[in-house]
Design a protein around this ligand. Structure first.
Ligand code: ADP
Ligand code: MG
Length: 213
């Protein structure tokens, strides 16, 4: 799903990623840990091309990322963030449907899929609410559903529980693990919290510009 070889990135001459190698298999569930400022978000941004690497190669699902248009690349992945990134003027359902409309999918099809997933994450009775009426954990569930609507093969998560209390954070991690199994997708979850690591899952650590297993 991800093959990264010898990737470097620096800001203003200061190296942040210094020859990163990383592989994630299809359908794998894995964590990436590391101190604040170690380069975890930068690493993810290179994968979804919010930022460009200096050297090295990155393949997503077997294709070099430069061989794809950005929209083609992003179609293969869902992305969630610490801050949820929901649109406050839109309802829960509208926030989710945006992802399908962007790909020009028929409304009936995406509405059915959105309702299936919103029900799965326990939000069937919230679909017409606005995000600011929901708790943080509920907002992250909406963001997860939006990320999964187009059935990506890969979900990238940048500290998805960073704004949540411990119990809610654990619930979200459990939900992500279950969805990875049910929807059969690879997930790469960045977290700085050791407590939240799902037992048995692979954990890599970003340190000194490298990733170590
Ligand atoms: P993490 O997500 O692990 O906390 P980041 O990838 O956000 O780390 O940042 C790694 C380092 O790169 C930090 O020193 C940060 O200040 C720097 N950095 C990240 N993005 C930029 C940018 N756009 N411009 C300049 N420096 C940046
Ligand atoms: Mg970060």
């Amino acid at each position: 799903m991800i093959q990264m070889h010898d990737v470097t990135k620096s800001f203003d001459g200061v190296p942040v990623l210094n020859g990163v190698n990383y592989t994630l298999s299809h359908g794998e569930f894995a964590f990436l840990r590391g101190r604040s400022g170690s380069g975890k978000s930068t690493f993810l941004k290179l994968l979804y091309r919010e930022s460009e690497r200096e050297h090295g190669t990155i393949l997503i699902d077997g294709t070099a990322i430069d061989a794809l248009q950005k929209f083609e690349l992003r179609r293969k992945m869902g992305i969630i963030f610490q801050s949820y990134e929901l649109i406050s003027q839109h309802t829960v359902l509208e926030n989710v449907l945006i992802a399908g409309k962007a790909l020009g999918r028929p409304l009936e099809e995406i509405e059915a899929e959105a309702m299936r997933l919103l029900t799965r994450v326990g939000l069937a009775d919230k679909v017409h609410q606005f995000p600011n009426k929901l708790s943080g954990g509920q907002q992250q569930r909406v963001a997860i559903v939006r990320a999964l609507l187009n059935k990506p093969k890969l979900l990238l998560a940048d500290e998805p529980t960073g704004n949540l209390d411990r119990e809610t954070a654990q619930d979200i991690m459990t939900l992500l693990y279950e969805l990875h199994r049910e929807e059969q997708m690879a997930m790469l979850i960045v977290t700085h919290s050791e407590e939240l690591l799902t037992s048995g899952a692979r954990v890599s650590v970003m340190e000194g510009g490298h990733i170590d297993e």
